[in-house]
Design a protein around this ligand. Sequence first.
Ligand SMILES: Cc1ncc(C[n+]2csc(CCO)c2C)c(N)n1
Length: 217
Amino acid sequence: MKWSEKAWQEILPVYKDIIQMPFIIELANGTLDIEKFKYYMQQDAHYLEYFARTLAVISAKAQSVDTMLDFIRFSEGAIVVERALHDSYFKQFNVGERMPVSPTCHHYVHYMQSTVYMQQVEVGMAAVLPCFWIYKKVGDYILQIQAKENNPYADWINTYGGEEFGNLVEKAIMLCDEGADKCTETQRKQMTAAFVDASRLEYLFWDSAYKLEKWKR
Ligand SMILES: Cc1ncc(C[n+]2csc(CCO)c2C)c(N)n1
């Protein structure tokens, strides 16, 4: 069994919880409170900036030039493609000011950064994989259940549910499997632990948007 297949089994309960979250259900049927979506988008703008930097560090640490190129392209994608989505929503919803980073976003981005800087590169790759894979699965799920008429979140749904994004995700999974093949069993376990932690943080990211999470002080 491939590392990725085993790793997905580990996070299946987290994924099942994610697709039942009110944020996801309401995004799919178009009833999600605009303030919650705006909050999510503002935090995601912070997230993407850190995430793109994290991918660039993985690129710098990669074992081969081909893998280096793949991760630098992912990094570019995080800025270029996702920023276009953000910009159009920010215009549409009239979002001007930049919010401070929320506690959960802070936790997630710094978790990824420390993992990528402190651990071997394959563990870093596993830590960023939920970002790709969970979004693909959630995007496909929402495509099936979405309200197609007048859904204000259709652009978001089409970004992650589409085939083009699917190819990118396949590549990220394949690179992790390739890396896992070169690792010892102990190192593979570290990869799985990072994959599970990051998946739980994906859950918390949506949860924090739904709750409009704030720093206590
Ligand atoms: C919290 C959060 N997690 C994952 C993504 C999805 N995502 C962000 S960048 C990227 C790869 C682009 O090369 C993907 C799939 C998101 N937007 N926000």
